[in-house]
Design a protein. Structure first.
Length: 75
């Protein structure tokens, strides 16, 4: 039996298109425990990324994954 999913909301700046969404989704999906990534794209603004996981995410790993995709977390 798996642990219930948790959701973590991230705020990502610099995304402008569906290619951006795909890049961020791909990178975050590689993190341990990630089951789903949903993006509410705000072109040129701050997009909301909801990550469903089975365990808490390491903030440094999340920041590194978003950076690897070419974007940054807000703040």
């Amino acid at each position: 039996m798996s642990a219930p999913a948790r959701e973590q909301e991230l705020h990502v700046v610099g995304m402008t298109c569906e290619h951006c969404v795909a890049a961020v989704t791909e990178e975050l999906s590689t993190l341990p425990g990630v089951e789903d990534v949903a993006v509410a794209l705000v072109p040129g603004g701050t997009s909301t990324v909801t990550v469903s996981t089975t365990a808490p995410l390491d903030p440094a790993a999340v920041a590194a994954a978003v950076d690897e995709a070419g974007y940054a977390l807000e703040g």
